[in-house]
Design a protein. Structure first.
Length: 454
């Protein structure tokens, strides 16, 4: 019904590029992406078509040199979204950056806002959490000035992803879905993704029943509009794990299996790795380890470092359940290193608990090394362990006193201690030299010798 026919002979200068069966993706019009074509490609992505064919067609289009314009910016955002779900994060970021810049030039705030939070999602997937926070904060600022009803759920999706990795952070709003558990939410796929994100976060924070309700309702809504793709929302596997925690394993297995099937059909590595990891945790034993091993093979290039850390955490937990503590420590030590390197505090805390159970020794690293303490936190922790007051630390490091307090609160959480008096012992236990004489944590071993955990 868009008046363009099938893309041939429509005067647009190019054919259909959705990569349908038997058709080779062709070039787009030279000046702009037609919204109708982008919408057709988005429908293919929703229905879990083959990602490779779509991405090939999009790259052909990008190579022809069209630039985003005000009249086609939403089409470009659809293209960027497909690239994001297909794990082509570099190309997705390029499209979002161009779309945001062009929308700003044309004074089109809604496309710019959408490009910002979608770009932030790409940054989260790549483990660049600071960049994601900055993009999300800019998008939230635009939304405050011009509320866009259902579209205002977009930054909430990113904020909840960040909260899953790092814990809740002041300054990142969770949007209209955050305070109305069980309430009606607007009907748009963006809002449905936000509802699924809230469900995952509620499970992480201990509200398993409420999180499961959100996940199943989001899944029902997404399915009703033809959105089956787990790269958009892995709600099935998340719901499956919640069901297991509630003792409803028989209901969990079909959801986990279906997500693996759909993720294989889509063909992007991250979505399949997530589905395999969660099904592996559900299955346990040798089948579970096989699923997790396949997931890790998909993540071998470490383009998705936090998903790699989660998958190594799953492997460690499976080995621990088989009483293979040596293998568990190996997996968990690497998982802890990755989570610390990318400053995913909540995830690092989860891994640390598992690592201590199997006799591992989480290590605080020197400033500049990848590890659970940021360089500024390391400097504050050492001075505090040496007996300096907050005011003295602030003067020594040229920081505000409140900043020192915030750093110490973070340090206590990461080291699992309650206060300043426990700092010297905690730093020694986690690999530091004596606070009075050492310059930082030892570079040597990261694990306690094999044995029963204390």
């Amino acid at each position: 019904g868009d008046g363009e026919g099938d893309g041939e002979g429509d005067g647009g200068g190019g054919g259909d590029w959705t990569g349908g069966p038997g058709r080779r993706a062709s070039l787009l019009p030279a000046r702009a992406v037609r919204l109708s074509r982008a919408s057709r490609a988005l429908a293919v992505a929703f229905a879990c078509g083959t990602s490779g064919e779509l991405v090939d067609g999009i790259h052909d289009a990008l190579s022809s040199g069209p630039e985003p314009t005000d009249e086609s910016s939403m089409g470009w955002l659809a293209i960027g979204s497909i690239l994001l779900w297909a794990d082509d994060l570099t190309a997705a970021a390029r499209v979002f950056e161009r779309a945001a810049a062009e929308a700003e030039r044309w004074h089109a705030p809604l496309p710019r806002y959408t490009a910002l939070w979608l770009h932030a999602l790409a940054e989260v997937n790549a483990g660049r959490l600071a960049e994601a926070r900055g993009l999300t904060a800019t998008a939230v600022g635009l939304a405050r000035e011009r509320p866009w009803d259902v579209w205002s759920a977009g930054p909430s999706i990113v904020a909840m992803r960040l909260a899953e990795e790092c814990g809740r952070e002041p300054g990142l709003a969770f949007g209209p879905l955050a305070g109305d558990p069980g309430g009606a939410s607007p009907r748009l796929w963006v809002a449905d993704l936000a509802l699924a994100g809230r469900g995952r976060l509620r499970v992480v924070e201990g509200d398993v029943g409420g999180g499961l309700a959100d996940l199943l309702e989001a899944g029902r809504r997404l399915t009703a509009i033809g959105c089956l793709n787990p790269a958009m929302s892995p709600w099935r596997s998340a719901a499956a794990l919640a069901l297991v925690r509630l003792g409803r394993t028989d209901e969990a297995r079909p959801l986990a299996d279906e997500e693996v099937r759909l993720a294989r059909a889509w063909g992007a590595p991250r979505a399949l790795a997530v589905a395999l990891r969660r099904r592996g945790v559900l299955r346990g034993g040798e089948p579970g380890l096989a699923d997790v091993a396949e997931a890790l093979s998909l993540l071998a290039d470490r383009r998705f470092p936090l998903e790699s850390a989660r998958t190594l955490l799953a492997r460690g937990g499976l080995h621990r359940s088989r009483r293979d503590h040596d293998a568990a420590r190996d997996a968990l030590t690497e998982a802890y290193r990755l989570a610390g390197q990318y400053e995913a505090d909540r995830l690092a805390g989860q891994i640390r608990e598992e690592l201590l159970v199997v006799g591992g020794r989480p290590r605080v690293t020197r400033p500049g090394d990848p590890g659970p303490l940021a360089p500024a936190e390391w400097r504050v922790a050492r001075l505090a362990a040496n007996g300096a007051t907050n005011q003295e630390i602030a003067a020594r490091l040229y920081l505000a006193r409140r900043t020192v307090e915030a750093h110490l609160t973070s340090v206590y959480r990461k080291l699992g201690i309650r206060g300043r008096s426990q700092l010297p012992e905690a730093l020694r236990r986690f690999g530091d030299e004596s606070p009075e004489t050492g310059e930082g944590p030892a570079h040597g071993g990261t694990e306690i010798p094999a044995g029963r955990p204390r």
